[in-house]
Design a protein around this ligand. Structure first.
Ligand code: RM4
Ligand code: MN
Ligand code: MN
Length: 432
């Protein structure tokens, strides 16, 4: 295993020399500009360095649509190779030390060994994810008509046990949270009794909740449609919030940016969940039409910024029960997944830093004066500030790459992995 190719710290440092002088110049210029508004650039750089987002194991494989999947060279074939790719991303961007696993796609034969494999690469495990949205080899009962809300109690029991198994694996891996997303729903009016289905969900979740250790959290992920096209049991944040409240203090809501109808004001949902002390985490991605799972910040960067406005506000005001877990959840259909994930991680850091640039005292004054145009201008000033030099310097100070994409490509990682991983067969990816 030690013979596997890894991107070396020395190589990163050497490549950084190419950009170093330009970045320093840009950073100094930005520092002077920010100083005029009494902003200390180094404080922002420290914030950028501390920002963390987890990488999904299912995101390092090429994604696909219901039409086709076009596999790329050197795709990871198992959980170890997925962690290798996660390790490469972490080396270059330094903000992604955690990987989130999906069971049974990533079910480890030996969790202790897997944990050690991750540790050697500076990685640890983020939330566990159960999968009752498809049938798995050897499974007794089918999830075709639902899992935690299925009319047959035996199917519900099987789905509950699967979730408990995920928690058990997570304990062995050192994870501290479990995410439940179910595909349960209906395609035809009349197919489901809405209220009965939700009752069953809560009953099933109570059984899972009992298995959640005291120092863990469970995240409930809602999604308004797909694969069910008429009704979905956990369809919106209100339903999710109700369930989280019913379950208890370890249950929180998870917001996946792709799981809302077009034009929904997601930043406001975020604010509401913060206010109610039930915001548990995020699945970041971007979308145009539905759950497109496009790269974070690629379609609606202003929306991403506005979401971070709320998150940073909660951070700065010390909102109660606020400790959101950030994860990317994207499907990379036409790009190299490692490249997309690195750039997406940087987009999140960008939005986070820009949100720190907002002059909150001035914003608050503008709000009290009912000066709408001044309020928007304050936001726009932060959003249009190019903080790229801060991101580059933060990465470099942490030992990462000034330009992760260029260094990744120069390293020949993909070519080397294509040689090391010849028999690439289908890997499970985030396709729904
Ligand atoms: C779903 C949802 C879940 C993810 C699966 C793969 O749409 O976003 O979080 O685990 O896709
Ligand atoms: Mn998701
Ligand atoms: Mn999704």
């Amino acid at each position: 295993m030690s013979a596997r190719f890894e991107i070396d710290d020395g190589f990163i440092a050497e490549q950084n020399q190419i950009e170093r002088a330009d970045v320093d110049e840009d950073y100094d210029h930005l520092a002077r500009k920010l100083r005029r508004s009494n902003v200390d650039i180094d404080e922002l750089t420290i914030k950028a360095q501390a920002f963390r987002v987890a990488v999904p194991s299912w995101g390092v494989g090429t994604g696909g649509t219901r039409f086709a999947r076009f596999a790329g060279p050197g795709e990871p074939r198992d959980v170890y190779e997925k962690l290798e790719d996660g390790g490469a991303i972490f080396r270059l961007v330094r903000s992604t030390p955690a990987v989130s696993l999906h069971i049974p796609w990533d079910k480890p034969e030996n969790p202790t060994e897997l944990r050690e494999f991750a540790r050697k690469r500076g990685l640890h495990f983020d939330a566990m994810n159960s999968n009752t949205f498809q049938d798995h080899p050897g499974q007794k009962l089918s999830y075709k008509f639902g899992s935690l809300t299925h009319p047959d109690p035996a199917v519900r029991r099987q789905a509950i046990e699967h979730n408990i198994e995920c928690i058990e694996i997570g304990k062995a891996l050192g994870s501290k949270s479990h995410t439940v997303w179910i595909a349960d729903g209906g395609n035809f009016p009349g197919q489901l009794n809405f209220r009965r289905a939700l009752d069953r969900y809560i009953e099933s979740m109570r059984a899972i909740y009992k298995a959640i250790p005291d120092d863990w959290r469970v995240f409930l992920e809602h999604k308004f449609y797909e694969p069910a096209f008429y009704s979905t049991v956990i369809n919106d944040w209100g339903t999710s919030y109700y369930c989280a409240r019913e379950l208890g203090r370890r249950a929180f809501c998870l917001v996946d940016l792709g799981h809302h109808a077009p034009n929904v004001n997601i930043e406001m949902i975020v604010a509401r969940l913060i206010q109610f002390g039930k915001l548990g985490g995020f699945h970041f991605n971007d979308s145009k039409y539905g759950d497109d799972d496009l790269d974070a910040g690629s379609i609606k960067p202003f929306q991403l910024f506005l979401i971070f406005m709320e998150l940073v506000d909660a951070e700065m005001t010390g909102a109660a029960d606020f400790n959101p877990a950030y994860l990317l959840d994207q499907s990379h259909n036409v790009t190299a997944p490692v490249e997309s994930l690195m750039l997406s991680a940087a987009e999140l850091t960008r939005a986070y830093v820009q949100a720190h640039l907002v002059d909150r005292a001035a914003l608050s004054e503008a709000q009290e004066r009912c000066d709408a145009i001044a309020a928007l201008s304050i936001l726009k000033q932060a959003f249009t500030t190019d903080v790229s030099p801060i991101l580059a310097v933060a990465r470099q100070r942490a030992g990462g790459a000034i330009d992760p994409l260029a260094v990744y490509r120069a390293s020949g990682y993909r070519r080397r992995k294509a040689a090391e991983r010849p028999a690439a067969t289908l890997v499970s990816a985030g396709i729904v």
